[in-house]
Design a binder for this molecule. Structure first.
Ligand SMILES: [Zn+2]
Length: 200
């Protein structure tokens, strides 16, 4: 996810480039399991302090259902708008001192937002951070609330089945403990003997 912005940096404020992304992000973050490529649209806009990168991206991730722990596919959208600053002056190649930077103070200290000396702008770290921001706190099996668009873990079919099974077990609570454990009732008499305190 690297872009050479040498030409763009030479252009006037307002100049822009648009890219369609279709990137493999398997190695982006060890904690993420992408199920497909990162796709979408990236606009690089020449601004006074450097380049404003605006991304509207999507990726499908494998997450764990918050109820049954089965893997589920969750599509996340990754939207960001970050200004990158050049490390060197595009005309002279001279390293720019922080005092020369015109922009937000927080952008100045963020190494992820530097355009390097070879004029490469790398959005990887910005994308990585924004994917994590888009990952739902609780993922859930194949049910998404049509209104909120967020997944409802309590709608997990396996979870509902588990709940109804435990409700059934409560209703028919007359089972002997051995029946519940799947022990042949014919052995139960022997087991009862085994449990009796032995006379020394
Ligand atoms: Zn589930």
């Amino acid at each position: 996810m690297e872009f050479n912005v040498a030409q763009l940096m030479k252009e006037a404020t307002g100049a822009s480039r648009e890219y369609e992304l279709d990137d493999d992000i398997t190695d982006l973050d060890g904690g993420l399991t992408p199920l497909g490529k990162l796709t979408g649209n990236l606009v690089l806009l020449r601004i006074h302090s450097g380049v404003l990168a605006t991304g509207d991206l999507r990726v499908a991730l494998s997450l764990q259902c918050g109820r049954c722990l089965e893997p589920v596919c969750v599509r996340v959208s990754v939207e960001f708008s970050e200004s990158f600053r050049p490390l060197t002056d595009i005309q002279t190649g001279r390293f720019l001192s922080p005092e020369e930077f015109e922009g937000q103070a927080e952008d100045l200290t963020d190494e992820a937002l530097l355009i390097d000396a070879q004029h490469i702008l790398d959005i990887s770290e910005v994308v990585r951070q924004n994917i994590w921001l888009s990952v739902p706190i609780v993922a859930a099996c194949d049910y998404t609330d049509p209104v909120s668009g967020s997944a409802d873990p309590d709608a997990c079919p396996k979870y509902i089945q588990l709940l109804s099974e435990s409700a059934l077990a409560d209703t028919f609570g007359k089972q002997t403990p051995s029946e519940a454990e799947g022990i042949d009732p014919r052995w139960e008499a022997l087991l009862a003997l085994q449990d009796e305190p032995r006379s020394e």
